[in-house]
Design a protein around this ligand. Structure first.
Ligand code: TXA
Ligand code: MG
Length: 341
């Protein structure tokens, strides 16, 4: 088996594999990443092959200091104001769950960025990730370590189950602390835009650089992570508001052959639902956070969806989170994973 706990020795082995053009799955604070040397096109090609990922979907490049930006981005293409904003963000939110899109350095091969002239760059906060990248002596391109379109892995076992022997080494650093992917922020457009809500809440970014747009469904694919039916559990997922889940039993959900997992955001909704008990045959009840803590809820979301996929549940009914802070990222993932939303 190619899964090892994070130790000095396994990190060194991982770094050697990266240097030699191999693939290493490693923990980050958001989700597990599938890493390759960001400057090695053959190694990058393996990422797309192993994930079954279309080549039009660009990768995030991981670095371990804001200084390393020079190596992966072309800073000369930034105007002064953008540069100022970038450093405000980097000083305050890196290392952390924020990927920043910048003009790419010409040394980064086109396959990493799907031919785009920009690259998403992130300095992760997880210590094992930092050590691995620094030992490798390079920048590490890493998408989430799951088959394309499916749930992101928040544990090494999820990586093993999804990609197994196709990866040279899986480093096990325990469950991801944040549990939802990084926020992707584009600094290269006319207006600064969040292309994917994630582990850094919009409010934190706006507190530093003023208001930013949230990318909607307007023109074309900006960030393929925005494709609907991305982040999907295998089990059909239906999402509802708090009021809907308490008051309106969905017709479909009443089918008696179903084994339903009911996923509440908080215990107050679960308790309100219990008072109006529906004739639903519920196999499993889960609460993302008893107290309605958004951070705790985000960290458990993928874990619980993986659990439903791994049991004989036939339908997941999930409650949306309040749409603020990390709730925006939670709801984004729930709605993209849903059969109807
Ligand atoms: O938290 C994370 O971001 C994790 C960990 C491993 O760092 N990585 C991750 O990577 O979620 P991935 O490949 O699953 O998602 C990257 C997202 C995709 O939606 C991709 O389209 C977008 O970032 N992206 C990357 N480069 C881009 C670019 N130059 N322009 C627009 N979107 C880009
Ligand atoms: Mg992904």
């Amino acid at each position: 088996m190619n899964l090892f706990p994070v130790t000095d020795e396994s990190l060194k082995k991982g770094a050697d594999i990266l240097k030699n053009g191999g693939l290493v799955a490693f923990p980050t604070e958001t989700v597990y990443g599938l890493g390759a040397d960001a400057f090695n096109p053959q190694a990058l090609a393996k990422i797309f092959e192993v994930k079954g990922r279309p080549h039009f979907d660009p990768l995030i490049i991981h670095i371990v200091s804001a200084r390393a930006l020079e190596k992966v981005a072309d800073m000369s293409l930034l105007d002064n104001e953008t540069r100022k904003k970038l450093f405000l963000l980097a000083d305050n939110l890196w290392p952390g769950p924020l990927s920043i899109i910048l003009p790419k350095n010409e040394k980064i091969p086109g396959i990493a960025t799907a031919g785009l002239k920009t690259a998403a760059i992130r300095f992760p906060a997880n210590e094992a990730a930092q050590k691995l990248i620094s030992l490798s002596g390079t920048a590490v391109a890493a998408p989430s370590a799951n088959p394309f379109g499916s749930l992101s892995p928040t544990r090494a076992e999820h990586v093993r189950d999804g990609l197994g022997g196709k990866v040279d080494l899986i480093l096990d650093g325990g469950p991801s602390q944040i549990g939802i992917e990084s926020t992707v922020l584009d600094l290269t457009g006319e207006k600064i835009k969040i292309l994917r809500p994630g582990g850094t809440p919009r409010e934190k970014i706006e507190g530093l650089i003023g208001s930013v747009e949230m990318s909607g469904d307007e023109s074309g694919i900006v960030s393929p992570g925005q494709l609907k039916n991305h982040y999907s559990p295998k089990t059909p997922l239906f999402v509802f508001s708090r009021e809907e889940i308490i008051n309106q039993p969905s017709e479909a959900a009443c089918a008696t052959i179903e084994r339903i997992a009911l996923l509440f955001f908080d215990s107050s909704t679960r308790d309100a639902w219990r008072k109006t008990q529906k004739p639903l045959k519920i196999a499993v009840i889960r609460v993302l956070s008893e107290t309605g803590d958004l951070q705790e809820a985000a960290s458990r979301l993928f874990e619980i969806l993986h659990e439903a996929d791994n049991s004989n549940i036939t339908r997941i009914i999930a409650q949306l989170a309040p749409n603020q802070g990390l709730g925006e990222a939670i709801n984004d993932r729930l709605m993209r994973g849903a059969v109807v939303s």
